[in-house]
Design a binder for this molecule. Structure first.
Ligand code: NAD
Length: 296
């Protein structure tokens, strides 16, 4: 059994940390929120007072933080992970952050002799609690192989996507595509309805024709056809539009640096930013239907 420092016990981190603790590891839980640490202790973790306390005796460090700035500070800042980690410590950052930030932090870790991977996830809060996340990992094969048994305790599908940062690449490219086909699906259902074709009939036809896609068949943004979809619960999340917008912004940042043309990704970001401007980005991302049909 390992000693694992887990830093960032928010909506996602709490479920992931408790799965590690339930598997018998000693999980040393750290967050800037005392309430978050208290919840982790209730879930079987050991509360840590500070980075030194969390990291000093750890074999593995896992982070689940809001954004790149937090990740850079937690690892490389004063009193950070790099300062206190023992030689040989494995570091796993599961936060969704800018590709360039991930590559920078991993390069710093490697320069100090640590194995580190980026391992962003999909599967949401439910997947984190159930231990069924998908992990998209970037880093050396050796670091990935060390991380895999730990990731298996928190996830169901674990992929090695290549070198450092490639986990983030997979994540932002996937979510850019998701944002684009969600908006396209909303447009199609809205147009069908305006032309006199009801959502269920259009669904029955299109879901077996070439317009079929995940946004339609698993998460239909028009109320009715997919019972479990947020559209049948007033678009309560699920996966909030604010989180989709975060990922679309990361995709645009990466596309700008790579000089990659992403005209539809750019549009998707602009459309989700209208939900933010309207103060409606707490709705599920399929709630972009309300923007498209004029009911936001
Ligand atoms: P969250 O805001 O609920 O949790 C982040 C936690 O980090 C908070 O408890 C916060 O107090 C803590 N934190 C911030 N700065 C810190 C610091 N310096 N030291 C220690 N703790 C610190 O966010 P979340 O929903 O758990 O998401 C975490 C990451 O996972 C994000 O990068 C997000 O994009 C990604 N993600 C989230 C979801 C989701 O459905 N929520 C799905 C996939 C990926």
């Amino acid at each position: 059994m390992s000693v694992i420092a887990f830093i960032g016990l928010g909506n996602m981190g709490i479920g992931m940390a408790s799965n590690l603790a339930h598997a018998g590891h000693e999980v040393r839980a750290l967050d800037i929120s005392k309430d978050a640490i208290a919840r982790a202790v209730e879930a079987g973790c050991v509360g840590a007072k500070n980075a030194k306390d969390a990291v000093e005796s750890a074999d593995i460090v896992v982070t689940m933080l809001p954004a790149g700035a937090h990740v850079k500070m937690v690892y490389g800042g004063d009193d950070g992970v790099f300062e206190y980690a023992q030689p040989g410590t494995l570091m796993i950052d599961s936060s969704t952050i800018d590709v360039a930030d991930a590559r920078e932090v991993i390069a710093s870790a490697q320069a100090k002799g640590f194995d580190m991977i980026d391992a962003p996830v999909s599967g949401g809060v439910g997947g984190a609690a159930a231990g069924t996340l998908t992990f998209m990992c970037g880093g050396t094969k050796a670091a990935y192989d060390r991380a895999k048994p730990i990731l298996d305790l928190m996830g169901k599908n674990i992929f090695h996507a290549g070198d450092a940062g490639n986990g983030q690449v997979a994540k932002v490219c996937n979510n850019m595509l998701l944002g684009i086909h969600m908006i396209g699906t909303c447009e199609a259902f809205n147009l069908a309805e305006k032309l006199g074709l009801d959502a269920q009939t259009f669904y029955d036809i299109s879901s077996t024709a070439s317009g079929q896609n995940w946004s339609m068949t698993s998460y239909c943004p028009a109320p009715g056809p997919v019972e479990s979809a947020p559209s049948n619960k007033d678009y309560q999340p699920g996966f909030a539009a604010a989180m989709m917008l975060k990922d679309l912004r990361l995709a645009q940042s990466a596309a700008t640096k790579a000089k990659a043309a992403t005209p539809l990704g750019t549009q998707a970001e602009a459309i989700y930013s209208l939900m933010e401007a309207a103060g409606k980005d707490g709705l599920d991302f399929s709630g972009v239907m309300k923007l498209i049909n004029g009911s936001l």
